[in-house]
Design a protein around this ligand. Sequence first.
Ligand code: NAP
Ligand code: GDD
Length: 345
Amino acid sequence: MTKALITGCTGQDGSYLAELLLSLGYEVHGLKRRSSSVNTERIDHLYADPHEANTRFFLHYADLTDGSSLAAILYDLRPDEVYNLGAQSHVKVSFEVPEFTADVVACGSLRLLEAIRRTGVRCRYYQASSSEMFGSASPPQNETTPFHPRSPYACAKVFAHQITVNYRESYGMHASSGILFNHESPRRGETFVTRKITRAVAQIRSGLQKKLYLGNLEARRDWGYAPDYVQAMWLMLQQEMPGDYVIGTGDSHSVREFAQLAFEAADLDWREFVIVDPRYFRPAEVDHLRADPSRAMNVLGWQPTVRFRDLVRVMVQSDVEQLEARLRGGEDALHQLALGEGRFA
Ligand code: NAP
Ligand code: GDD
């Protein structure tokens, strides 16, 4: 049975990747961080009793800031594939906590690569690189576009990307980077702009929120659907040769367009509710990201399946349904049940 280790397993992408690998028959090991409140909501449905003989999903405490924990887990598990998705992944927050962001994103990736090298584990490695690395480079961006990072997060991702290339070239590791453009889903973190908008639409529709405060409405992003993107990660590690691939839809839209469509999906006019608040501006902005994913399409045979309009609709619908369930008390009851069972303790 192929064994995979995922850092960032509790995040949006980690949860979809764990689902994909389990569906392919893998044994999946995820890293989780100690926190004082439950941080496993996205993977609770994958939980299985580790005492059962046929269990294939396991969680381990570790942290990308703690190299010895990474080395110990690698040494014990000896995985065939390692997916490094763990990160302080919020660009705006990286301006507030630049040192921590660099420690987790840049040094964390180095720690993991070095732990693989030092333990002698023969595995394939995936690095979660980001279109943020392109920063102010003109669209469309592809694998040959020069990086011009515009935030501490993006600078840290450039280091993580380059050190992955360096370990591939220096030590012959099967190490690949996916340069992923923005990808969203109903599991997207609630402070990224898409989810912030779709949650607000649900709340406003139910009379629980009056206004939505946003920052730069003119920024353009290439927004895709997260489950499509974890498929690309897996495909990269199935190639005979490692390499770097840009993953995106090839279309871009503004934050304004996203907001307009999201409100329309609930029969609301966004102009009545959205207020621009400079508090959400960034010290340096990335104006326009749009992928040229030709290489991934030609070499990996990868294609996005969900386009912009459907993505917006799916996210609004999910947030409306979640809110309605919560208002009925159903979700809280389920959450309490999960806590009561003491799962993942
Ligand atoms: P996410 O939802 O923010 O998840 C990040 C994950 O990293 C969470 O599981 C988080 O754990 C974990 N993490 C944070 N700090 C850590 C630490 N010190 N040690 C170990 N784990 C840590 O991010 P995502 O959207 O799934 O993205 C996955 C990866 O792809 C990230 O590296 C991100 O930077 C990159 N990326 C994302 C996109 C995108 O559009 N989504 C695009 C390009 C690249 P907690 O749950 O405990 O916080
Ligand atoms: N978060 C947020 N909140 N962004 C806002 C807001 C707001 O209220 N108002 C406008 N924006 C704009 C931001 O200024 C940015 O230009 C755009 O919306 C997208 O912001 P985010 O959704 O926070 O994503 P991001 O593009 O900065 O970063 C995401 O994508 C990267 C890949 O390009 C993250 O997932 C990164 O981890 C990822 O690497």
